[in-house]
Design a protein around this ligand. Structure first.
Ligand code: FPP
Length: 220
């Protein structure tokens, strides 16, 4: 598998169960992301795309939205050297114009510093699959599926073979709509901050058991 995508769901419920503020759940979620990134590298996966903030998430409380933005900013700062040292290419997909100028600058700087990394971490921020398709359509100058894919935020990245969603929800929630055309899905009740190496291994084992016929097209 080259590309794994994850809907990191359940941070709020994880925090609630511990009588902690929602942001504590997101913080634990960021730690889980850090761990899972390592599992992916060890498994030889080349691309990890995670849903960190949807276009819908702007409707959450001001405190939660600003807390998530701060968390992202401190994640980028504290992980910078590690990402560069470990050959991780950091990138953001989504409506980055919606983010503060300061955050946009921090993102651009980290993208530039990590551009030669062999492992890609793509963070979906203010991301919606339909929105991405509408923006791609505006750029599209004609051609076929390949040319259209090249207009998406994920241009140059292969489609995800597997999409994992944690915390028991069985929906795609506007994540990677175009790219998920042939993806396998793995759902687990585990809340994202609790997602362990064992859970990761189970998801990969389930994936490798499935026959991927993809409507008669050759295996990718
Ligand atoms: C869904 O849980 C999770 C989010 C909306 C945010 C995901 C963000 C992180 C995992 C951490 C930040 C990421 C980076 C890159 C530092 P929820 O709040 O919807 O949980 P609930 O459904 O239990 O309320």
């Amino acid at each position: 598998m080259r590309h794994l995508a994850i809907i990191m769901d359940g941070n709020g419920r994880w925090a609630k169960a511990r009588r902690k503020p929602r942001l504590a759940g997101h913080r634990a979620g960021a730690d889980a992301l850090d761990r899972v990134m390592r599992y992916c590298k060890d498994a030889g996966i080349e691309y990890l795309t995670v849903y960190a903030f949807s276009t819908e998430n702007w409707k959450r409380s001001k405190t939660e939205v600003s807390g998530l933005m701060k968390l992202l900013s401190s994640f980028m700062k504290s992980k910078r050297d590690e990402l560069v040292g470990q050959g991780v290419r950091f990138m953001v997909i989504g409506r980055r114009d919606d983010l503060s100028t300061k955050l946009q600058k921090e993102i651009a700087s980290l993208e530039e510093a990590t551009k030669n990394g062999r492992f890609t971490l793509a963070v979906a921020l203010s991301y919606g699959g339909r929105d991405e398709i509408v923006r791609a359509a505006a750029k599209f100058k004609g051609g076929g599926e390949k040319e259209f894919s090249d207009c998406l935020d994920t241009a140059g990245i292969p489609d995800p073979e597997l999409i994992i969603r944690t915390s028991g929800e069985l929906r795609l929630s506007n994540f990677l709509l175009w790219q998920a055309a042939y993806s396998e899905f793995y759902f687990t009740d585990v809340l994202w901050p609790d997602f362990s190496k064992e859970d990761f291994d189970m998801a990969l084992a389930s994936f490798s058991k499935r026959e991927r016929r993809m409507g008669g097209r050759a295996k990718r």
